[in-house]
Ligand binder design. Structure first.
Ligand SMILES: [Zn+2]
Length: 427
């Protein structure tokens, strides 16, 4: 039995063998705060989505056959531009935050858009629906790499808006029990001018805030830094003070050994986005080896580079992609050379990424059911009939492979049960 305190932490874990077990059950029943699991339900830590673009939610599943640059310019930027209208932002973000909670995601690290009013709607949706949010005002001011009608107009404006966003969120947090953390968010190296990258590094230090961006996401992005800075992407970000122990860099499919060493030295986390990487990553992240070398790493949906808001789906894809990296994919190549020496990720590894890995990356005491951690939990119902005796490991793997939103019965963030049926327009 898990006992929660009033701040939403797991205060005690009591087993039936302990002497006060029945007394505590009776007391909880009497106080009407006992939540009992059915025989076909299990309790799991809530998931942590370490990389998601909130404004791209309406495009989830659209144009994934396009190359990255084309996808950004033809589909993504025109949609993100619409969030200058706070009423559009409110509608989409209410729907997205509820969707993620219903999918078992209790914490999310969000990219917003460039617009502060729209981003504040995302912050408010997190408060309202009870999700632990980390939200960044996206910064993109490089005229060569961003559309004229969707960019920060200058370095000064980009930095001023970022600072305004930080201060406003910190103010709003004062009346909330689950605060939203503002995040320094350069979109990626190509979309920012040099003074802006430097200014964002300064703000991150000044306010001691998390940083999120993309790093070595694709051949195109990787080459941009080399051509324009004569340095690798990771080195550019490091130069501007954007690689800290609170930084989360998405994708990293093309990081080399030196980059990974730098990430480890700086304690930078990697957000592995296995579905999105199939479309835009130009490579499979060798996630097992990165885990073994003890780099920090979690899992992201990367909506809408990835189509699915479900971390279950991303857990599965992380395992599938690593198998394909190991085995090879082209039957014309001789079996002796078809695969690679890259190791395969296990289901346990992938589950770790969606829980403990994400929590460590964001410095949140969650992702594990342990005393002293937040009660960020999901109660999931078994959706298969067992025809044989199933060991705990078999059940764990089947839960990971078969769970859908329909089987997630309850979600709790910091001890508070989420109402999963509020409806999109609920104020
Ligand atoms: Zn992304």
């Amino acid at each position: 039995m898990l006992c929660l305190d009033h701040q939403g932490y797991i205060a005690q874990i009591i087993s039936p063998q302990m002497k006060d077990y029945q007394l505590l059950i009776d007391a909880a029943k009497k106080a009407d705060c006992l939540l009992e699991l059915a025989a076909d339900q299990v309790i799991l830590p809530g998931f942590i989505d370490l990389h998601i673009h909130a404004p791209q939610w309406p495009n989830a599943g659209v144009a994934l056959d396009q190359p990255l640059e084309q996808w950004l310019n033809a589909y993504t930027f025109p949609l993100e531009k619409r969030y200058q209208d706070p009423s559009f932002a409110k509608k989409v973000y209410a729907n997205l935050v509820q969707e993620l909670l219903a999918q078992g995601t209790t914490t999310a690290l969000y990219f917003g858009s460039v617009h502060n009013l729209g981003n504040l709607e995302l912050v408010k949706a997190c408060y309202h629906y009870g999700q632990r949010g980390f939200v960044g005002k996206v910064v993109m001011d490089n005229p060569q790499q961003t559309p004229e009608d969707y960019r920060d107009l200058s370095t000064a404006q980009a930095l001023r808006d970022t600072e305004d966003f930080i201060k406003t969120v910190q103010q709003l947090n004062q009346s909330e029990s689950i605060p939203v953390t503002p995040v320094i968010t350069p979109r990626f190296v190509p979309s920012c001018t040099t003074p802006t990258l430097a200014g964002l590094g300064y703000l991150a230090r000044q306010y001691n805030l998390p940083i999120q961006s993309h790093c070595s996401e694709s051949d195109w992005e990787n080459d941009y830094a080399i051509q324009n800075y004569h340095q690798r992407d990771a080195e550019v970000l490091n130069h501007f003070g954007l690689l800290t122990d609170k930084a989360v860099m998405a994708h990293g499919t093309l990081l080399n050994e030196a980059d990974l060493n730098l990430f480890q030295k700086r304690q930078v986390a990697l957000a592995h986005c296995p579905i999105s990487n199939v479309y835009f990553g130009n490579a499979v992240l060798p996630a097992k080896e990165i885990l073994e070398r003890k780099n920090k790493m979690g899992l992201g949906t990367d909506i809408s580079g990835g189509f699915s808001p479900s971390l279950y789906q991303n857990i599965r894809q992380a395992v599938i992609s690593s198998h394909q990296l190991h085995e090879g994919v082209d039957a014309r190549i001789d079996p002796s050379t078809r695969g690679s020496s890259r190791k395969m990720l296990t289901m346990k590894n992938a589950f770790y990424l969606a829980t403990v890995g994400g929590a460590q990356s964001l410095h949140v005491p969650a992702g594990v059911i342990q005393v002293g951690h937040y009660a960020d939990l999901q109660i999931v119902r078994q959706n298969w009939q067992a025809f044989q005796a199933e060991t705990p490991v078999m059940r764990f793997e089947k839960f990971m492979y078969h769970t859908t939103k329909a089987n997630i019965d309850q979600v709790m963030v910091q001890g508070k049960l989420i109402n999963l049926n509020q409806g999109v327009n609920d104020d």
